[in-house]
Design a protein around this ligand. Sequence first.
Ligand SMILES: Cc1cc2nc3c(=O)[nH]c(=O)nc-3n(C[C@H](O)[C@H](O)[C@H](O)COP(=O)(O)OP(=O)(O)OC[C@H]3O[C@@H](n4cnc5c(N)ncnc54)[C@H](O)[C@@H]3O)c2cc1C
Length: 318
Amino acid sequence: MAEVLVLVDHDNGEVRKTSAEMLNIARRLGTPSAVFIGSNVQEAADVLARYGAEKIYVVADPAVTGALVAPQAEALAQIAGQANPAAVIIASSSAGKEIAGRLAVKINAGLITDAVDVQAVDGAAQTTQSVFAGSYTVQASATTPTTIITVKPNSAGIEMAQAAGTQVPVDVTLSDVATAAKITKSEPRQSTGRPELTEAPIVVSGGRGTGGDFSPVEAFADSLGAAVGASRAAVDAGWYPHTSQVGQTGKQVSPQLYVAAGISGAIQHRAGMQTSKTIIAVNKDEEAPIFELVDFGVVGDLFQVLPQATEAIQARRG
Ligand SMILES: Cc1cc2nc3c(=O)[nH]c(=O)nc-3n(C[C@H](O)[C@H](O)[C@H](O)COP(=O)(O)OP(=O)(O)OC[C@H]3O[C@@H](n4cnc5c(N)ncnc54)[C@H](O)[C@@H]3O)c2cc1C
């Protein structure tokens, strides 16, 4: 079976959940190999093997890890040149999509971005995308021997599949232009203690209906171990950080469960959450457009509904 490369999404060796999801997808298409760019591979190697990586290509050159995305695309292109993979799978972050675009040009391969599902159909990768703010669902496959796919978080489950995880150190040759832009300083964002918005299996978002008081939204999110999102109206009002905005001009989320509280459901908001597996809305206006796309809707005041729901969940959890 042909190799399928997965660019490991990690934070200084700590493997993110999306990497396990991508390895699961890779197993549908061929033999998964992880590409680990960075130091601390030791921490990551066991995890990657547990989720199915037969090989782990390791690029530890500081010239790659200390620069922006261009060297990573060059490193991946060199690995792909040797492995001849059926597919290369990359997380659908903004950096991931830039790497994917650069790689596609370098190895002359078809590129599909923002897939929410990938299956093997007649031996080739077939992707599902949700486009035009979720108005259309598109199935696509590339006609080139290698398909590059960026996948959104939560597009696949996580399954254990112990594999060899053989480490293969890779020496890459980088062009001058690839290393022209270097990272001079990088500081992790202060942790909120909640999961990362784009990766969280559950997201609870608040909108203008909160009137600026996000405490019931946060309490409900915490009872579920969820991330907190916000509509643009809420972040533009300064009620919540811009990094929490969900939508066309904010973050794209696709969790198992999305709860919209006091959010009307404008098309630009839907664009960022419509692919969520289950959607619940709490809105006091029964005519709110958000109710057109929900699986469950509660017509009511979020300041009454959310505390009751929080209490019920806490009681169940004991
Ligand atoms: C180019 C462009 C890009 C945009 N990008 C984004 C984007 O990325 N993300 C985004 O979200 N928006 C985006 N917008 C803005 C978007 O069009 C809407 O204006 C915005 O989503 C509205 O936010 P909202 O639903 O919180 O507010 P509103 O539309 O004002 O809705 C508030 C809702 O809360 C309900 N409500 C009020 N009080 C309560 C209560 N106590 N309990 C329960 N419900 C209550 C109301 O019934 C109402 O339905 C963009 C717009 C443009 C033009």
